[in-house]
Write a protein that binds this ligand. Structure first.
Ligand code: NAP
Length: 307
């Protein structure tokens, strides 16, 4: 099939492109570094010619302030309109777990997406607005929306690959700073599992949405599992919330001085301190989705980091 992958040069996108090509699909990539900008239709439209399937992943994913609404919401609107104009047979829209907001003591499923008007950051606001926009387009386009959780694994070390950047730092310092004393529970998913599920969406009924996650594990569990698979004496440092927020300010300043992208800034620190528990039961039942364990994913990631 002729596929277009917007954001195909990014962390998740580059793995998706590889998996599509391995299956014999003809893939076109659209991203700014290739000359296409989702906010500028004339640069994007030629990529839609004769395309049957569009995977829309392009997004501004960063902790610093930026034009999130313009890229992530207006950019999606452009993609939806072009997909309709060019009569694509299927659009797979990659949303985000952040759309749901923190799970508290519960577990999120795609059955109920809370109405939100409070956000931590421009990124989660824009992904929420984009999800609402895609939802309004249901019925006008054969489309699926997916919600990956925290994606990790070998691939470009963009800000989207936050977890592996964090693990790399833990390895280097032989110390793991654990927000909320390691108690927050997140959901981690290996990048290849998400990419494969995106391809499986092509056989799903249009209009169906799927959470694509892996295991729910506390940050302390993540540290313990990684220390075991990396076989390194990484010491845990459980930080109370106040100290972790102060560390985020320090990280922000120090990254500015070093002209590097920070691992966290004060507004993204709030994500770290919350629970993000998800169930992927629907994807398992409808897509035959079977994500690997956190341990297996970390073994592969660690091997890649070492190589
Ligand atoms: N990583 C995660 O944990 C995670 C979790 C849930 C959902 N997601 C979603 O998955 C998707 C991919 O994320 P990622 O982690 O792979 O992020 P990433 O590595 O930052 O990749 C983003 C991609 O979007 C492209 N892009 C950015 N602005 C663009 C623009 N104006 N026009 C065209 N292309 C643009 C980038 O390429 P250029 O810079 O060359 O333009 C890059 O290819 C995003 O929609 C994200 O919200 C990610």
């Amino acid at each position: 099939m002729r596929c277009l992958v917007t954001g195909g040069t990014g962390f998740l996108g580059s793995v998706l492109v590889r998996r599509l090509r391995e299956r014999g699909h003809d893939v076109t990539v659209a991203s700014r570094s290739r000359g296409q900008d989702v906010t500028r239709v004339p640069t994007l439209e030629p990529s839609f010619r004769e395309v049957q399937v569009v995977f829309h992943l392009a997004a501004l994913v960063q902790s610093r302030p930026g034009p999130f609404l313009r890229v992530n919401v207006d950019g999606l609107r452009n993609v939806l309109e072009l997909a309709r104009r060019h009569r694509v047979a299927r659009l797979v829209h990659v949303s985000s777990f952040t759309v749901f907001g923190p799970s508290g003591d519960g577990v999120h499923t795609e059955e109920r997406i809370p109405d939100r008007n409070r956000f931590f950051h421009g990124y989660d606001r824009s992904k929420y607005e984009a999800f609402r926009l895609a939802d309004r387009w249901k019925g006008r386009l054969p489309m699926n929306t997916v919600f990956p959780t925290v994606v990790y694994g070998p691939g470009p070390m963009t800000e989207g690959n936050l977890l592996v950047r964090l693990l790399r730092r833990w390895k280097k310092l032989r110390m793991a700073a654990l927000p909320g004393r390691g108690a927050p529970c997140w959901n981690f998913v290996y990048v290849d599992d998400v990419a494969d599920a995106l391809i499986r969406c092509l056989d799903a009924d249009p209009g169906e949405d799927f959470v694509l996650g892996g295991e729910n594990r506390t940050l302390r569990d993540l540290w313990a599992t990684f220390r075991r698979v990396a076989n390194e004496p990484i010491v845990p440092l459980g930080l109370p919330d106040g100290l972790f927020r102060a560390a985020a300010r320090l990280e922000d300043w120090s990254a500015r001085l070093r002209r590097k992208s920070p691992l966290l800034v004060p507004s993204t620190a709030e994500f770290f301190l919350r629970n993000w528990r998800f169930s992927s039961g629907k994807a398992r039942a409808h897509l035959g989705y079977s994500p690997r364990s956190l341990e297996e994913g970390l073994i592969r990631t660690n091997r890649w980091l070492e190589s």
